[in-house]
Design a protein around this ligand. Structure first.
Ligand code: SF4
Ligand code: ZN
Ligand code: ZN
Length: 303
């Protein structure tokens, strides 16, 4: 099927709407869609200082590159924040450093070793009874929020796309976790709280396939290697199931997202008051308990 707009050779078929697009028209379609998400959900306000959670993967380079257009128009300022977990032969931020240097973007790097006295490689040896992603995720979220406040970001932009979000929605549904779903959406958080820097997801309505194609056509210097500790649990089963459904019933993932966005305002208002955040007694970061989970893990690491 040739490009719907110009009959040129296509680079992608959008199965949910059954059309194909050539390189030029796909790039235009993709950026238009991301900018519409930004506009519709007020993800950016004039004068915002936005941090980009930069991992060196296709999603974060895509977000950085599109938000840079807003910086070039002097609507926002932009800085990047990368987390170095300390994973030998995997976490290599040299491409991210070069990309930021070439694009004149300040890059901050926070390391697990500096904050938690251990690299992830060391933690994995100490926490034999836990899956690496469970504690790594806690430390990563901790440093992203800590860094966002330290560097005075108004919001932190992440690379979550439509596939990631539709998986999260289903996982919360299957596990009866509506309270966790209330924190999802194109802009996260159920309340405006100074302790927690809100996350924005400009890629909310574009799929994994579209983002991969965009990143490939733009020749971003993406790291393709896989984390050696990635756990292939629940999320993977949901992803496989969703991909299978999508191939049999095109448009399934979009339907999940579109219906979720319709119920999100009532979900957010229902769970608004349920858990006010307090400050961790040890580090001051936001938590719903006395001591935050990151500090609990650090205590365990010292034993
Ligand atoms: S895959 Fe898991 S262990 Fe590896 S960096 Fe991501 S969260 Fe951490
Ligand atoms: Zn075309
Ligand atoms: Zn703490």
């Amino acid at each position: 099927m040739p490009c719907k707009n110009c009959q040129e050779k296509p680079v992608i078929k959008l199965t949910n709407v059954n059309i194909s697009l050539c390189k030029q028209h796909f790039l235009r379609y993709f950026e238009k869609k991301v900018k519409k998400t930004i506009r519709t959900f007020n993800l950016l306000e004039k004068g915002d200082k936005i941090g980009i959670a930069l991992s060196g993967g296709k999603d974060s380079f895509t977000v950085l590159s599109i938000l840079k257009q807003f910086q070039d128009k002097k609507i926002i300022t932009l800085e990047a924040l990368a987390i170095d977990e300390g994973i030998k032969n995997y976490r290599d931020l040299s491409n991210a450093k070069k990309f930021c240097k070439d694009n004149n973007i300040i890059l901050h790097i926070l390391k697990y070793e500096d904050f938690f006295n251990n690299t992830l490689d060391k933690m994995v040896k100490k926490f034999k009874d836990k899956t690496p992603c469970s504690f790594c995720g806690v430390f990563r979220r901790y440093l992203l929020n800590y860094g966002s406040k330290k560097f005075k970001f108004d919001k932190l932009a992440t690379g979550h796309n439509l596939d990631d979000e539709s998986q999260s929605i289903l996982m919360n549904q299957f596990r009866n976790n509506p309270e966790v779903s209330a924190r999802l959406g194109p802009i996260t958080g159920v309340m405006l709280d100074k302790k927690f820097v809100r996350r924005i997801k400009p890629l909310y309505f574009v799929t994994e396939k579209e983002t991969t194609t965009y990143s490939f056509l733009k020749k971003f210097p993406v790291e393709y290697s896989e984390c050696p500790y990635a756990s292939f649990g629940y999320r993977n089963s949901v992803r496989d199931m969703l991909n299978d459904f999508e191939s049999k019933y095109p448009g399934t993932k979009h339907s999940i997202i579109d219906s979720f966005v319709k119920i999100l305002p009532s979900l957010k208002s229902q769970f608004k008051e349920s858990k006010a955040l307090s400050s961790c007694k040890l580090c001051g970061e936001p938590t719903s308990k006395e001591i935050c989970q990151a500090c609990e893990y650090v205590k365990e690491l010292k034993k």
